[in-house]
Design a protein around this ligand. Structure first.
Ligand SMILES: NC(=O)c1ccc[n+]([C@@H]2O[C@H](COP(=O)([O-])OP(=O)(O)OC[C@H]3O[C@@H](n4cnc5c(N)ncnc54)[C@H](O)[C@@H]3O)[C@@H](O)[C@H]2O)c1
Length: 315
């Protein structure tokens, strides 16, 4: 199988490239390196392991050259997250919406049958019914969610109009160690704060819940979607475990205490605008249709990040 990946230098993308190469796939990645770095892959892959290219997904000529001969596309390249999209709205719309259209058009021109799109729980906004199923109303609270919803609608349209097998995967909060960890996400951020003897900063009163899903489970979901048949036009929740933010901070604090004997304090700041109060996922659809089951729990994932951050600090 030949798979074209956009955003293969990123946190999730690099973990996916490594897994697909290990499974025997031929992989080409396009990434403009605005947030990613191929050095993590170059350390773990032999030179011929994957074709790692620098380029922009809005460049249709480049996409057609690189996607040629692929059986499927995994589309991860994006300006990810509420804060980055709020701070760079024009780039966010250009990359996340127009860029997604360019990826679909390149796939259509080359008769590639399958495109898997990385969407987000942000498309739901504040849930009115929990746990959230895929049929829940879509009402994003911020620009990031709006761009992801637009991407999903493009996926649906390419299925309806051209019969392309497009699948959208709505990730919860991704954490854990892939080829590296992303210190902008809450668990590694807490770990780093604790190791720097800073208080762990919780926005809001700490009673907000979120779904936390390990990056290896995300890769499991993407590979299952890439290998699926007859799921075109569908969207799936991809989650792990629902945890309160205060519980998460306490678990990080306990894990740091065990590993380093440090006492990390927890502090609360006002909630940030555009964030959901509570969120939990119903995962029945992806379990039934794609055979996905999360293998990681948050406690084990936190311990992994603590050990990684300690090793980084020593090296
Ligand atoms: N990490 C999460 O918690 C999470 C949650 C929900 C959804 N997602 C989605 O998963 C995908 C991957 O996220 P990630 O956490 O690995 O982010 P990331 O920033 O690490 O990876 C995205 C990659 O896209 C690349 N990129 C950005 N603009 C580009 C462009 N114009 N052309 C080519 N490459 C470009 C970046 O350089 C980066 O390597 C994104 O689509 C993101 O929205 C992530």
């Amino acid at each position: 199988m030949k798979v074209a990946i956009t955003g293969g230098a990123g946190y999730i993308g690099s973990t996916l490239v490594k897994k697909l190469v290990d499974d025997g796939a031929s992989v080409v990645s396009v990434d403009n390196l605005v947030n990613g770095d191929y050095r993590h892959l170059r350390v773990v892959l032999a030179d011929e392991g994957a074709d790692l290219r620098e380029g922009d997904i809005r460049d249709s000529g480049l996409l057609e050259e690189l996607f040629e001969g692929s059986d499927a596309v995994a589309h991860l390249a994006a300006i990810p997250g509420l804060v980055k999209c709020r701070d760079r709205p024009e780039e966010a719309i250009s990359v996340n919406v127009y860029g997604t259209h360019q990826v679909l058009e390149a796939a259509r021109t080359l008769d590639i049958e399958k495109v898997v799109f990385c969407s987000s729980a942000a498309v739901y906004g504040q849930p009115v019914v929990m746990p959230v199923r895929e049929s829940h109303p879509l009402s994003p609270l911020n620009l990031y969610g709006v761009t992801k919803l637009a991407g999903e609608k493009l996926m649906e349209t390419y299925f309806d109009n051209y019969g392309m097998e497009t699948i959208s995967l709505r990730f919860g909060n991704v954490y854990g160690l892939g080829l590296y960890t992303n210190y902008e996400t809450v668990i590694p951020k807490f770990v780093r704060m604790g190791l720097n003897d800073e208080a762990l900063t919780v926005y809001g009163d700490g009673t907000s819940s979120r779904d936390y899903v390990h990056v290896e489970d995300i890769v499991q979901a993407i590979t299952r979607a890439l290998n699926s048949k007859g799921k075109g036009g569908e969207a799936f929740n991809v989650g792990g475990e629902t945890v309160l933010i205060d519980t998460l901070a306490e678990q990080v604090s306990e894990s740091l205490k065990e590993a380093t004997d440090r006492d990390a304090q927890i502090t609360h700041l006002p909630p940030r605008p555009g964030e959901t109060k509570n969120f939990s996922y119903n995962l029945e659809k992806i379990e039934r249709s794609l055979g996905y089951k999360p293998r990681w729990g948050v406690k084990k994932g936190i311990e992994q990040v603590v050990q990684y951050a300690l090793k980084e600090a020593r090296d």
